[in-house]
Ligand binder design. Structure first.
Ligand SMILES: Nc1ncnc2c1ncn2[C@@H]1O[C@H](COP(=O)(O)OP(=O)(O)OP(=O)(O)O)[C@@H](O)[C@H]1O
Ligand SMILES: [Mg+2]
Length: 329
């Protein structure tokens, strides 16, 4: 029997980007969405939460796009999924009396109750993603070829994706169970959905990523076929000068190098770069080994992520073949 080939990144309908805070989720989501739209896909990029970072990243002076969303670039629409907006929309569809929904939403008591209730945000947010995934155009084809979700940071485990499954196992009948099952099915559909973890190549993040991936695959049942390792410092010295840090260190400390700082200062900089490179290389390999998954290393761009030019560099790397552990940079 021939093993079924995993769909490539661009063959998925839904890619959920996740990881610890500050690992580069938003950057990776934007880079992937941009690369996919440039490859001719109709892409929706959904940012979960209140702060809107994506529009500014993708277009100069990008104004917020809000819940309604906006086409930021040809073939690339962005929106922000705020759970309260999604809930209001859902209730308006379910409860015919719109006035009643508005009234409930304006009450402070309702807001306070919802702020304190666990789980509904995740369920309603994923419910909205499900709804977007179901949309079709005039010809009946899916409206979006690819939906990229910039998911919240995984703080305490993976609650964001866990909720539908938990609801299905706890609620035995009724619309809540029905809706949660549809969402859980979408998450567990290996052909449609991919969870894309973003990690940094350092000791603690590497360990946390291995634990996260294990839980996602075992408990949630979502497809995870690669790990993005972001901000990796590549080989710091040009070919032929691989030993530059050691060569500089071997020079007498006060050696004059024209208008450059003394050799000892340059040696310290070179040693720092070489050690960051070695560390990133070691933990990129460690992430691949500990998760049993290929990795997609993304270069650290020293000038920061200013806009589409940097996103394109990262996007090209994201669409490349993931590398097995032994080929880590
Ligand atoms: N490959 C890279 N090279 C250089 N800088 C990067 C790279 N990737 C991300 N950054 C920068 O690192 C910072 C964090 O990235 P980003 O906002 O994408 O992380 P995040 O995981 O979405 O954070 P949060 O958890 O706060 O949502 C940003 O300033 C971003 O520009
Ligand atoms: Mg972010």
């Amino acid at each position: 029997m021939v093993a079924e080939r995993e769909p490539s990144l661009l063959e998925r309908r839904l890619v959920i980007v996740t990881g610890k805070g500050g690992t580069g989720k938003t950057t990776v989501a934007a880079a992937l969405a941009l690369a996919a739209s440039r490859a001719g896909k109709r892409v929706l990029l959904a940012e979960v939460g209140r702060a809107e970072q994506l529009p500014r990243l993708l277009v100069p002076n990008g104004e917020p796009v809000g819940y309604a969303g906006r086409e930021l670039l040809p073939g690339l629409r962005a929106m922000r999924i705020d759970p309260f907006d999604a809930l209001a929309e859902y209730l308006t569809l379910q409860v015919p009396a719109r006035r009643l929904v508005n009234l409930v939403f304006r009450s402070r008591g309702f807001r306070q109750l919802m702020e304190a209730s666990p789980g509904w945000r995740e369920l309603i947010t994923l419910g909205k993603v499900w709804h977007l995934e179901q949309l079709t155009d005039a010809d009946g084809a899916p409206l979006y070829d690819l939906i990229v979700v910039d998911a919240p940071a995984t703080g305490h485990g993976v609650t964001f994706l866990d909720v539908p499954r938990v609801v299905v196992s706890a609620v035995h009948a009724g619309p809540l169970r029905r809706h949660a099952s549809l969402v859980a099915e979408m998450i567990q559909d290996r052909k449609r959905t991919l969870l894309l973890p973003v990690a940094l190549a350092e000791e603690l993040p590497a360990r946390e990523t291995a634990a996260l991936v294990a839980r996602l695959r075992e408990d949630v049942g979502v497809a995870v076929d690669r790990v993005v390792v972001n901000a990796v410092i590549g080989a710091p010295f040009p070919p032929g000068l691989e030993q530059l840090d050691r060569d500089l260190a071997a020079l007498p400390a006060e050696t004059a190098l024209g208008s450059l700082p003394p050799a000892s200062a340059l040696a310290a900089c070179a040693a720092y770069l070489a050690s960051r490179h070695a560390l990133n290389r070691e933990y990129t390999g460690e992430i691949a080994r500990a998760t049993g998954l290929p990795v997609v290393p993304l270069r650290y761009l020293a000038g920061g992520i200013g806009g589409a030019a940097e996103l394109q560099i990262l996007g090209d790397a994201l669409l490349g073949e993931p590398r097995p552990a032994e080929a880590a940079p």
